[in-house]
Ligand binder design. Structure first.
Ligand SMILES: [Fe+2]
Length: 281
């Protein structure tokens, strides 16, 4: 079963639980943002405790995509600090994994996954993104869709799948002019997923603040969008390549719309949960 439309939740209200000893990351704390229970696909934040280790070379029988929100993770000789991104394909050979001081990592698995300590059958080299340091990478300031409303726009594409066209990227948006009255609406043919890393976004469903998360299936019209303080957002397009159909008409920007999320039944209980202050997610 496909994942349901979640739009949107402040991830701060979602619970942490500790992964059991049988999990691929035993003892790490986990916060589930969304999941496909049938396929075992998940979008999670993993909180690795100080001293976490998988102390042998290994491979995972699944792709793993991740972005370090806080702290530092080492896999073999590669050090992933805050803002580092990777897409490690299924069966990619990994050195030991070590987290000396603790780390929070936005992580995506496309299905159930386990560690294996044999050599494996090789991996798809075309899909490997071993590391992108988003703090030093060259951001694309010219390539943002001109219909996106805002100043100071910049985009950093982290991954483009050679088969499916799925894409992962970070978008920075500056402050939208308070004189902005209206903007067009947009629709994408495939899933759009986002975690707001900082700032805020105004939408008719409410004001997304740092830590806001959505999983938006294809075909759902959304917008108009604007940002009072500017923002940085981590996006994925799933199930197919990214494209946008814009409406020819515009609608009024709702700068401070009340929170009216679209949530599946099991997440309705978080609709009125207070968002703890001082937590980014
Ligand atoms: Fe969109």
């Amino acid at each position: 079963m496909a994942r349901p439309h979640i739009e949107f939740l402040q991830s701060q209200v979602l619970p942490w639980f500790t992964l059991p000893g049988t999990a691929a990351r035993p003892g790490a704390d986990c916060k589930i943002l969304s999941r496909d229970a049938e396929a075992g696909a998940v979008s999670v934040i993993l909180r690795y405790p100080a001293g976490f280790a998988i102390d042998r070379p290994h491979r995972l029988d699944s792709d793993e995509e991740f972005y370090v929100l806080k702290g530092e993770v080492s896999i073999g000789d590669t050090v992933y600090g805050e803002g580092a991104y990777a897409f490690l394909p299924k069966d990619f050979p990994r050195g030991p994994m070590r987290v000396s001081k603790g780390a929070d990592v936005l992580t995506f698995f496309p299905h159930k996954h386990d560690n294996h300590f044999d050599g494996g059958a090789g991996y798809d080299k075309r899909k490997l993104v071993e590391k992108v340091d988003t703090k030093t990478a060259a951001w694309d300031v010219a390539g943002v869709d001109p219909k996106v409303v805002g100043s100071g726009l910049a985009k950093l594409v982290l991954r483009l799948d050679p088969d499916s066209g799925e894409r992962t990227w970070i978008l920075r948006m500056g402050t939208s002019s308070p004189d902005l009255k209206a903007a067009p609406l947009e629709t994408h043919p495939f899933v759009e997923e986002m975690l707001l890393l900082d700032g805020a976004i105004s939408m008719p469903w409410g004001v997304l603040r740092q830590g806001a998360y959505f999983w938006r299936p294809g075909g759902i019209q959304h917008g108009p969008i604007a940002s009072k303080p500017g923002c940085t957002a981590f996006f994925r397009c799933k199930e197919g390549p990214f494209s946008t159909n814009w409406t020819s008409h515009t609608e009024t920007i709702q700068w401070d719309a009340p929170y009216q999320p679209v949530l599946p039944p099991d997440l309705q209980k978080y609709k009125d949960a207070p968002v703890p202050a001082g937590q980014a997610y």
